[in-house]
Design a protein. Structure first.
Lengths: 110, 110
């Protein structure tokens, strides 16, 4: 069990570009969550999956954001036409009961 | 809407002293969590509290839960520098979606 992994760990992009992040959960964890954390704030829930089904999306998740978990294993979070306000740490967590967090992907939009 | 409030948000204390961080939440919940986050790092689970009157201790940290008052405390005994970090209180918002407080940034002075 290697824990939750996320790639890339850091991403710098120019405004208007698309970015995609990947999360690999702990094996056999059926639930997978995405959170966003801005500087000085606590993580905010974005969306979650049970197996391959996306069950809830936060109002924070604008139309530019899309998440998938195609085979119920890894997940991707894509942000289209990035804006400077998207700069944040994007955290993934997986669970069977308790949530375990990955190291996060830090996005900087210039 | 479930809200989680922590206080204080910033705390600077001397080594060897005791202090308490408070966490209030607005609606009933099945679980309360305490996490630690070091700068630039992800979240480390410290405690999961499930029932009224629950108390858990790990080293110099002790967490308690009063569900009637919707209050949890994280008590630090004889603080040491290694405990410097940001501590988050979080509450289960349903479907294991976690709602976080803003965090308490703890700085322990030698």
């Amino acid at each position: 069990d290697t824990g939750v992994s996320q790639n890339p760990r850091h991403k710098i992009t120019k405004r208007g570009q698309n970015v995609t992040f990947r999360c690999d959960p702990i094996s056999e964890h059926n639930r997978l969550y995405w959170y966003r954390q801005t500087l000085g704030q606590g993580p905010e829930f974005l969306t979650y999956f049970q197996n391959e089904a996306q069950l809830e999306k936060s109002r924070l998740l604008s139309d530019r954001f899309s998440a998938e978990r195609p085979k119920g294993s890894f997940s991707t979070l894509e942000i289209q036409r990035t804006e400077q306000g998207d700069s944040a740490m994007y955290l993934c967590a997986s669970s069977r009961v308790e949530q375990f967090f990955g190291p996060g992907t830090r996005l900087t939009v210039l | 809407e479930l809200k989680v409030e922590q206080n204080p948000l910033f705390l600077s204390m001397q080594e060897g002293k005791n202090y308490t961080i408070y966490c209030n939440y607005s609606t009933t919940s099945d679980r309360l969590y305490w996490y630690r986050q070091d700068p630039g790092k992800s979240l480390e689970s410290l405690f999961v509290l499930l029932s009224n009157g629950a108390v858990k201790q790990e080293g110099r940290l002790m967490a308690s839960l009063d569900t009637k008052a919707r209050l949890s405390t994280l008590h630090i005994t004889a603080a040491v520098h290694d405990l410097s970090a940001t501590y988050f209180c979080a509450v289960d918002g349903g479907d294991d979606k976690i709602i976080f407080g803003k965090g308490t940034r703890l700085h322990i002075l030698p």
